[in-house]
Structure formats: C-alpha cells, structure tokens
Design a protein around this ligand. Sequence first.
Ligand code: SF4
Length: 360
Amino acid sequence: MKFEQKIRRWYLQNKRDLPWRKTKDPYLIWLSEIILQQTRIDQGMSYYHRFSQRFPDVFSLANATEDQVLKHWQGLGYYTRARNLHKAAKQIVIQHGGWIPETYDAILELPGIGDYTAAAIASIAFGKPYPVVDGNVMRVISRIYGIDTPVNTNKGKKEILQKLQKLISPKDPGTFNQAVMEFGALHCKPANPDCNTCIFKKDCEALKKNMVGLLPRKEPKIKTKKRFFNYLVLIDKGSSSTEIWLSKRTHQDIWKNLYEFPGREDSTLWSIRKLKNKLQMGGIKNTEINISQPFNDYRHILTHQQIHARFFRIEAKEEALSNILSALSISNSIKINAQDVSSYAIPRLIDRFRIENNVF
Ligand code: SF4
C-alpha cells in the first residue's frame, strides 16, 4: 500500500475531533491555523471558540478596532499574529470583496501568512496540492525516509518539501496534509514514538538504521537574549478611587500596541536605591513619593527572548507621578481607573503579575 493510502487510513481511524476539521470555511480554517502557530491545541481551542464567536467572518474582523482584536487575543501571546489577522481581513475586504483568495500565491500575499499557512489554507479549504511542512511533518518524513539534513536549515526543509510533493494526494491534499501532521502529533512523537505498533515499521529508514532518536537532525539553536524590564505601578494618592498609569508600547518590538505599566528597560533589574537615584537625578524628592519594596521578580519566556521583570509600587500625588514619567522619559502614558485595567489589551506577563499579586 502506498504511503498516501496508509496514512489516510490511519488518519480516518485515529484523528482527533476538532472543530476546525468540521468546516470547509476558509476563514475558520485560516483562523485555526494562525491560533495554532506556537500554541497547543488545548490552549488554542477556547480562543478559537471565543474569537470565532466574536468575529465570525472576515467582515466582522475587518470592521473591528485593533484594540478589540487584541483584547480577544489577550493571553495567547505572539500578538503579531492577531495584528496581522486583522490587517489581512481588511486587505481581503478591500482587494477581494471579502472572499479569501483561492490560489496559494494570492493567499501568501496576505499579512502574517507564510508558506505553511498558505499551504494549509490552499489544501484544506480549496483542495490545492500544496504540502504543509511543520515540525510534526518534518519529523515523520525525515524518519520514514531517513533524511538527515538538519531540518532547521533551508536545505533540509527543501528536501522534505520535495519528498512531500511526490507523496501528496492530488485528489485530497487537505486530508493528506492533516494526516501527516496528526500522525506526527499522536504517533511518531518526538520522544519514544511507538514503533512497535507503527503502520510504517517495515518501511521506516530511521527504525531500520536505529536512528529514531537522532532524527530529525537539527542545527544548534540561536542563543536566547535576556532583557530586563523595570516597571512602576504608579498610584495616585490624591484620588478618591484608585487611579493608575498604563503605557502603550508603540515601537517596533514585542507587544506592539499593548499596554503595560510605565517603566524602563535596562541592562539589569533596578534596586530601590538605583530607582531612587534615577528619580533624584530627575528632580524628584524622596519626600514627595512613597516607594514600597519591589514585588517578587518575574521571568517570562518568549521565542529567543527571556524577559526579567521587577515591579515597584509608588504612591504619590498626581503631579509627582507625572514628574516621575518625565524624569524617566516615559511617553504614551494614560491615567485610568484601576478597575478598568482588564478592558485594556495587556501582555500576559503584566496580567500574571496583576492577578498573582491581586493588585487591581
Ligand atoms: S517506525 Fe517509529 S520512527 Fe518510524 S514512522 Fe513509525 S513511529 Fe515513527
């Protein structure tokens, strides 16, 4: 039996029951593919339901504000995905009358869509024979066909892609692609795959050559960059209700257009003494403000970045707090009622801090 027939049969018997597999709506397939980039299925599922209920089609997404879109994405991380979804929806409305384009090349022109997502949408929604190449697919193909070129290089990816182009079913490429991905996710797992019960055990080159644990081969990873964020939780002492400041990140960096507490990135986390020195140098008197001991430090992991964060609580009158923002050259800040924090799109790190410390 051919590879394609074997994997298809396995898939039809073993596939997980997932909502985006019950639709041919290209919008929902696109949405699920974007959510599932860098996100586990169990985590992505609730976001898929929430997002697709609030924005059920391209038009509702295109007509939303960016803040509304980010708010519904909050907690999922990698916010560029949400911004690009939004931009792409607008582009689809303007350039394609609200219809998601059907060709691979036209899909690829949409913001936030790379080879993988274009192939997934083209094959699953429109039946076009473009193979998807993700981590699961690379593992399955490199093991079964004994490909030991590192899969995180262009050469390795190209080899896998060429192999898949020969294997893919021209009749039902969507099912083929999903079958290979599902087989990698459920059976040919990264560690301890179940080779004894495997439908490919007679053909698998990695098994024959005792290389299952060595494939797929990868080149060593790029070093993770450490960053240090010092945040100020500024509380207006003079106000009858609790009022705080948030800053919008507008520069080209992580969390663009999300809100966080005002603060500064530096080469280290600050001590209280260092913070006081900085404020004094900016003309702020110690007697004007009340700085509490910092909260417990936080560590937040992103792709290639490790964020270390320290939060200082400072209470003072409004004027002194405004002076602090000027002294530290913090711009794009707004004063809000603390109860309204949850209506702003904030990074997961800030949300974790807020909830764990029960601050607002
Ligand atoms: S025999 Fe083992 S390594 Fe080969 S495809 Fe099957 S599960 Fe994967």
